[in-house]
Design a protein around this ligand. Structure first.
Ligand code: NAD
Length: 213
């Protein structure tokens, strides 16, 4: 089911969490769940859950609650998870290799196809079966391997040029870990991941709680 109206980013950002909770419920053979029970588990209000899911046509039934498997599958479809995505990682240092070593991406359909770097000492090294290649090979690799997304785990000064080259090669989604904002053409999606932002939110919350004591 595709959303017809524009869904707010805040709602979209909450969907992976619903998906994760429902996946856990499925693993525990839970067949159905009320919005109240789900809200208690997730520590969000039942009305928030209903409102969020109503954006996509509801999925719940009065007096029954939600069918866990159905809701899990539908949210998966909304998130585009019925597709497989081929990914490359550009910058095969600490973070790039850590991402390449994380096997759960594949379980969700994100297939790491290639790792690239400029450092001659890294080129040829194999990480979880993937050989690190020279960045000069990216263009041909993207075209030959139907690459949809690229993770940027390289120094921020290098990120804008590499991102532009990737877009020219045909990459549609950039998963940007470099601490810099990228200006890319329309039609290319950038998702920034900044662990430090999350840490700063944690530090804010701790400092507020300390003030309240
Ligand atoms: N978003 C986050 O939360 C987060 C967390 C940690 C690091 N980072 C960022 O991720 C990036 C990588 O961090 P790291 O700790 O892995 O650094 P690192 O130095 O271990 O790895 C960076 C790699 O990029 C390679 N590189 C340099 N120029 C390149 C180019 N033009 N093309 C391809 N590869 C190139 C280097 O040779 C190196 O191997 C940095 O920009 C860092 O600030 C972000």
């Amino acid at each position: 089911m595709l959303p017809e109206k524009k869904i707010s980013t805040a709602v979209i950002k909450r969907l992976p969490r619903y998906y994760r909770y429902l996946g856990d419920l499925l693993e525990n053979d839970v067949v159905r769940i009320s919005s109240k029970e789900l809200s208690e588990r997730m520590k969000v209000t039942a009305s928030q859950i209903r409102q969020d899911l109503n954006n996509f046509g509801g999925f719940g039934q009065q007096g029954y609650g939600y069918n866990v498997e159905y809701l899990y599958k539908e949210i998966g479809k909304i998130l585009g998870l019925e597709n497989k995505y081929n990914i490359i990682i550009v910058g095969a240092g600490n973070l790039g290799q850590a991402l390449a070593n994380y096997t759960d991406f594949e379980k969700r359909g994100f297939i790491v196809k290639g790792l690239f770097d400029v450092n001659p000492r890294l080129i040829g090294v194999v990480v979880r079966g993937i050989e690190i290649k020279d960045v000069d090979e990216i263009d041909a690799f993207v075209k030959e391997n139907d690459i949809h997304m690229a993770a940027l785990t390289l120094p921020k000064q290098k990120a804008p040029k590499v991102a532009n080259d990737l877009v020219k090669a045909g990459v549609k989604g950039i998963w940007n870990f470099a601490p810099i904002d990228l200006n890319l053409p329309k039609g290319v999606v950038v998702e920034n991941v900044h662990l430090l932002d999350s840490l700063m939110t944690l530090s804010y919350t701790i400092s507020q709680e300390e003030k309240d004591q």
